[in-house]
Design a protein around this ligand. Structure first.
Ligand code: SAM
Ligand code: SF4
Length: 547
């Protein structure tokens, strides 16, 4: 973020700037906070200089993400000189974890609000603004040992009141939280502390929310949970599992695609896999982090499964949902990870042939069991080397598997302009947003983006990571009319098995389902051309969109 004080600011009221780091849960939280503040009369701005409220929605999973926020805060040190009324807030995971430390490190911060207290934000900003004397305000939930399970759970409110289409990845895609918190307590992880006890939302609330979203034009929903497949809710004495919830959501007309992230290997039950197989709207894609391929490491991580268990799960996935794409997360350089242990993770990647993997260097986190019990003894240089080597292996596999798609046709939901098209348009002073997309933008390179890890500022290395912009040669549009070609823009979307596709097409295709023929690929992207325009799920009905 740039220094908001580099130029004098004009006096605006009600302008909100929000910066979000971290996972999809944070993206969703930001959407909801913005919706609530808009109701209070705030206007969003993407320019911190003109904002009178600046919020950072934060992540604590790795140290790097926290450093980023503290540096951004450092740049705001003098930002109240010209705007004494400006309110600065730190919200989310870091707020819950660091609490008063944030006020100590950045005394000009006005409000600190944890993940379980986000509903308090509008009131806290209002009070800060109205009060004569400057008072710092804090709203955080109880620590995991600061009360009974019930008390701690009650202090983390699931925050899902209002939606704000403008804050979504696209107008027709939305995240829906189905549970909060986590009870797995992997030894390296802060999430059980920052997001509190695991609590599933009532199915009726989730279905109602999905209906509202469908009415607003959403066609694809992504169900969110730290261990989404652990979802369970007792309703009238009967247990509702994720598979049951998927069936209910499947019935909502307007919703064409349903996905869910992130899965926990031990909770990958057969009923869930059967639901993925049998429900056409459910994407054939499972993100199931393995974290390591070595039993000793998995034990120290307290993941609760062995490599043999993970293999058995993979075999069940392959048998029950043939063709299902599986992706994973790995941590390299965890405490005591020998070269031999690391090689076992490499072996698991070779064997499972993941669609992609997020690879993280272990980052010791205060307050976690691993930090308490084990030495962070793998040198940074070794972590870096293992990270790069693992990424190289994964990329090779991803590219080989993507090459299998060449010559085949895939169905995608067209999400919007590709990143290079958007960058080019921004350079030319024509931001590309939804319906206003029409001018010719000549293509230059093909790249990918990942709305599932949108602002992931972490040090992961992932084929869909924005750091890895693999450019390949432009292709000509083979099936579109001349007029369509004139209007063509480089567009992007995802297949049913979550592979990114880039093709040239009329911007009016955005938001529709289309069939694409694949001609080429990189490790991150399939490159193709449009074959058909729009079809309705299950019916095979073709609805022309292009002129
Ligand atoms: N709940 C999900 C699960 O268990 O798969 C993921 C949640 S976590 C926010 C996302 C990923 O961050 C994890 O899968 C893990 O690979 C990584 N991660 C978590 N804590 C970490 C740490 N201390 N250092 C490095 N990576 C970490
Ligand atoms: Fe963290 Fe483990 Fe929970 Fe995932 S399952 S959020 S890695 S504690």
């Amino acid at each position: 973020m740039s220094d908001p004080d580099s130029k004098p600011v004009t006096d605006h009221n009600g302008r909100l700037y929000i910066e979000t780091v971290g996972c999809q849960m944070n993206m969703l939280d930001s959407e909801l906070v913005v919706a609530a503040l808009r109701r209070d009369g705030y206007q969003l701005t993407d320019n911190p200089k003109e904002a009178d409220t600046i919020l950072f929605n934060t992540c604590s999973v790795r140290e790097h993400a926290e450093h980023k926020i503290y540096s951004a805060l450092g740049r705001l040190k003098y930002s109240k000189r010209n705007r004494p009324q400006r309110v600065i807030g730190v919200i989310g995971c870091m707020a819950q974890k660091d609490q008063d430390l944030i006020f100590q490190k950045a005394p000009f911060v006005d409000i600190v609000v944890g993940t379980g207290q986000l509903a308090e934000i509008p009131r806290m900003i209002r009070e800060t603004r109205e009060s004569e004397e400057r008072t710092q305000r804090k709203a955080v939930s109880l620590g995991r040992r600061e009360g009974s399970r019930e008390e701690v759970s009650d202090s983390f409110q699931s925050y899902d009141p209002l939606r704000d289409p403008e804050m979504r990845p696209t107008p027709f895609q939305a995240f829906v939280r189905i549970m909060i918190g986590c009870d797995k307590f992997c030894t390296y992880c802060v999430v059980p502390a920052t997001r509190g006890p695991e609590q599933s939302r009532p199915p009726a609330h989730i279905v109602q929310e999905a209906r509202v979203l469908a009415d607003q034009g959403v066609r694809e929903i992504t169900l969110l949970g730290q261990t989404v497949n652990s979802y369970k809710y007792t309703e009238d004495g009967r247990l509702v599992r994720l598979s049951d919830l998927l069936m209910r959501l499947h019935d909502i007309s307007g919703i064409e695609r349903i996905r869910f992230i992130t899965n926990f290997p031990k909770d990958m039950t057969t009923d869930l896999l059967q639901a993925v197989r049998d429900l056409p709207k459910v994407m054939k894609y499972l993100h199931v982090p393995a974290q390591s391929g070595c039993n000793d490491v998995l034990k120290r991580m307290k993941r609760g499964y062995t490599v043999e268990d993970y293999r058995e799960m993979m075999q069940r996935i392959r048998e029950i949902v043939p063709g299902c794409a599986v992706s994973s997360d790995f941590i390299v350089g965890f405490c005591g990870e020998s070269d031999e242990s690391y090689q076992k993770s490499m072996d698991l990647i070779r064997e499972c042939r993941f669609k992609n993997s997020f690879i993280f260097k272990y980052s010791a986190r205060t307050g976690t069991k691993a930090d308490e019990l084990f030495a962070d003894d793998v040198p940074e240089e070794t972590k870096r080397q293992r990270n790069n080597e693992m990424l190289e292996l994964q990329n090779r596999i991803s590219e080989e598997d993507n090459a299998e798609f060449i010559g085949r046709r895939v169905r995608i939901l067209v999400e919007g302009p590709s990143k290079s098209a958007s960058r080019r348009a921004a350079r030319e002073g024509q931001p590309l947003d939804g319906a206003s997309l029409l001018p010719l933008v000549t293509q230059e390179s093909h790249d990918s983006h990942d709305p599932h890890h949108p602002h992931d500022s972490h040090d992961s290395h992932h084929p869909h990571d924005s750091h890895h912009d693999h450019s390949i040669e432009p292709q000509t549009i083979q099936h579109a009319s001349e007029e369509a070609a004139r209007l063509a823009l480089q567009l992007t979307g995802r297949t049913e098995c979550d592979r990114i596709v880039v093709f040239d097409g009329n911007p009016r295709l955005i938001g529709s389902l289309a069939e694409i023929e694949i001609h080429d690929c990189t490790s991150t992207t399939l490159l193709g051309s449009i074959v058909t325009k729009e079809f309705q799920h299950g019916s095979g009905l073709l609805l022309p969109i292009l002129g």
